[in-house]
Design a protein around this ligand. Structure first.
Ligand SMILES: C[S@@+](CC[C@H](N)C(=O)[O-])C[C@H]1O[C@@H](n2cnc3c(N)ncnc32)[C@H](O)[C@@H]1O
Length: 230
């Protein structure tokens, strides 16, 4: 099963599982991340790999600005669409697309946010190239991600809760046997926070903030496009 099918299959229980498995911390992490992004009339932000729109809705709640929410799993987008209140609608634009081939002009966005999305991209360099292309000069990118654990607490957490509890609870609540096994596997096969900062720097970004959240269970990176990018 590919990543698009995997998320399409669990779209109906995705939010519930997020709240339960993170004990509600996921919304706190989103709020913290989104508060670092620019707000204002005319500001355009891309929510890349938006899933069920929790980042988009958080952004719209925090202030002025428009959100383009993009994901290649249509059922995730449609599940999210049901949560958007009509008053937020004019500032929210949904786009079903692959994140490595975005249907936007170059230098269109002031910021990109991507929460637990980049790890799932089969073409990571392609994704970063697209982010670079659609950002305005000095635009910023906010990444929330489960990086490969590098510290003692997060390693132990991953080997116990991540390896044994999440797949079982996930299977029980979502009725999908593979999706939450995939989560653990993909985290183990991904970059550490430090390695990912290197990838961003090599792709033309300057790191502004890179920090662990809740003992490194999740992490946050804020970076700006530097002047050396085309
Ligand atoms: C773990 S979910 C994160 C959703 C959301 N950002 C959140 O805060 O909950 C990962 C999302 O990335 C999407 N995704 C993965 N690879 C993608 C790609 N190449 N293009 C577009 N969306 C992608 C999946 O469909 C899924 O909705």
């Amino acid at each position: 099963m590919n990543v698009r099918e995997l998320f399409s299959n669990i779209s109906g229980t995705y939010d519930l599982l997020n709240r339960v498995l993170s004990f509600g911390a996921d919304q706190r992490w989103r709020k913290q991340g989104v508060s670092l992004l620019p707000h204002g009339a005319g500001v355009r932000v891309l929510d890349l790999a938006c899933g069920t729109l929790d980042m988009s809705l958080q952004y719209l709640r925090q202030g002025e600005g428009e959100v383009y929410a993009a994901d290649f799993a249509l059922p995730m987008l449609l599940t999210g669409r049901m949560k958007a209140s009509p008053t937020l609608d004019p500032r929210l634009h949904l786009v079903c697309t692959d994140g490595t081939r975005l249907p936007f002009p170059s230098r269109f966005f002031d910021a990109v946010m991507c929460a637990w999305g980049v790890r799932n991209f089969s073409n990571l360099p392609g994704g970063l190239k697209e982010i670079r292309r659609i950002l305005k000069p000095n635009g910023s990118v906010l990444i929330l991600e489960f990086f490969r654990p590098a510290k003692t607490f997060s390693k132990i957490f991953s080997k116990t809760y991540g390896r044994h509890v999440i797949p079982r609870l996930g299977k029980w609540l979502s009725k999908d046997g593979g999706a939450y096994d995939y989560l653990h596997r993909s985290v183990q096969g991904f970059y550490s926070l430090e390695e990912y900062q290197g990838v961003l720097k090599d792709s033309g970004f300057d790191i502004q903030i890179a920090k662990d959240l809740t003992g490194g269970i999740s992490s946050l990176v804020l970076a700006n496009l530097n002047g050396m990018s085309e």
